[in-house]
Design a protein around this ligand. Structure first.
Ligand code: ADP
Ligand code: MG
Length: 313
């Protein structure tokens, strides 16, 4: 396993109380795999990613990368792991310094991680071509590029130091639908040619379907369902996953009747005071009185399909 996350929690102390952003998340990831991490905005996807790469200190739990416990490493001790674990962000414009040329943006991690200086220019040119950009564009600034091209620059920067694991945090959410597939296809090609492992974060199940080996569905800081991609999409079990799926548009209207239609009502409850028992119970179409006191932990319901609803078999 390249990554093992065990009972990870990240709480933030705020004036309105303790925010339970990530609350007992566990999963492991084999080399070359892609784990899709899906759930509505605010469910804790970004915090999970940022805690794994130790931009945040975990409140509790354990993170193992390639067999080494990185949970409590200092920033200095984390440096070699920062090289091996990179992150790509949702908004490629906000994450690229507008005053730096594209070449300097991609060169920066090479400097931080001590790549031989005489190789920097060649490497920048190679990285630009790897992401489908012209190596002659290294002298230009981020605003001279389109949204899709800026995301390619962000990917080139992440690839610069030869990472093994890349946490892709909604890398296509801000892009035109026509561009989304190009970026996903490129990420898939890069994964094959460079042997990369991905955590691919999205708020929408349809975005991760094709790229993911397995998919984890998050709700209010917890994973409520985790299964192989094919298994999850053909046999969703958790009422939350089922309702997320029924919000995916169906291209063929004749087929719409075949799928159970369950629509989510209401707002996500506050992460300061999450509901007792099963956190989804306040919006669950199948909720019963016991749900307020159940222990809604992930359990295997067959075929390595994990589901946190105690009433599913
Ligand atoms: N730095 C922070 N301080 C306080 N609360 C935060 C912070 N970052 C995120 N949160 C809260 O944690 C929860 C999860 O946020 P986030 O991880 O950004 O969700 P997602 O990426 O799924 O949209 C939200 O309730 C959010 O308001
Ligand atoms: Mg996010």
């Amino acid at each position: 396993m390249i990554l093992e996350v065990d009972n990870l929690t990240k709480f933030f102390r705020t004036p309105s109380g303790l925010v339970h952003s990530v609350d007992g998340v566990s999963f492991s990831l084999a080399r070359g795999e892609t784990l899709g991490l899906v759930g509505e905005s605010g469910c804790g996807k970004t915090t999970t990613g940022r805690t794994i790469i130790r931009l945040y200190d975990p409140t509790s739990g354990r993170i193992n990368f390639d067999g080494q416990d990185i949970t409590t490493l200092t920033p200095k001790e984390m440096l070699p792991f920062r090289k091996r674990i990179q992150m790509i962000f949702q908004d490629p414009y906000a994450s690229l310094n507008p005053r730096m040329t594209v070449g300097d943006i991609i060169r920066e991690p090479l400097i931080i991680h001590g790549f031989p200086k005489d190789q920097h220019s060649d490497r920048v040119a190679h990285l630009l071509s790897l992401v489908g950009l012209n190596s002659g564009q290294a002298g230009r600034y981020p605003h001279e590029f389109s949204g899709g091209q800026r995301q390619r620059i962000g990917i080139a920067r992440a690839l610069a130091v030869e990472p093994e694991l890349i946490i892709c945090d909604e890398p296509i959410s801000a892009l035109d639908v026509s561009i989304q597939a190009q970026i996903v296809n490129m990420l898939e090609d890069l994964q094959k040619s460079l042997g990369l492992t991905y955590i691919f974060i999205a708020h929408d199940l349809s975005m991760v379907r094709h790229i993911s080996t397995r998919v984890a569905v998050m709700y209010l800081g917890q994973i409520v369902e985790l299964a192989g991609s094919g298994e999850l999409y053909t046999n969703p079990k958790h009422p939350y996953t089922i309702s997320l799926m029924s919000s995916i548009p169906i291209p063929d209207p004749d087929k719409s009747d075949a799928r159970p239609q369950v629509f989510l009502e209401g707002e996500i409850p506050s992460a300061v005071n999450p509901p007792s028992g099963c956190r989804f119970r306040t919006r669950c179409p199948k909720a019963k009185s016991e749900c307020s006191s159940v222990d809604a932990v992930l359990r295997d319901v067959g075929r390595n399909h994990l589901c946190a609803c105690p009433f599913i078999d």
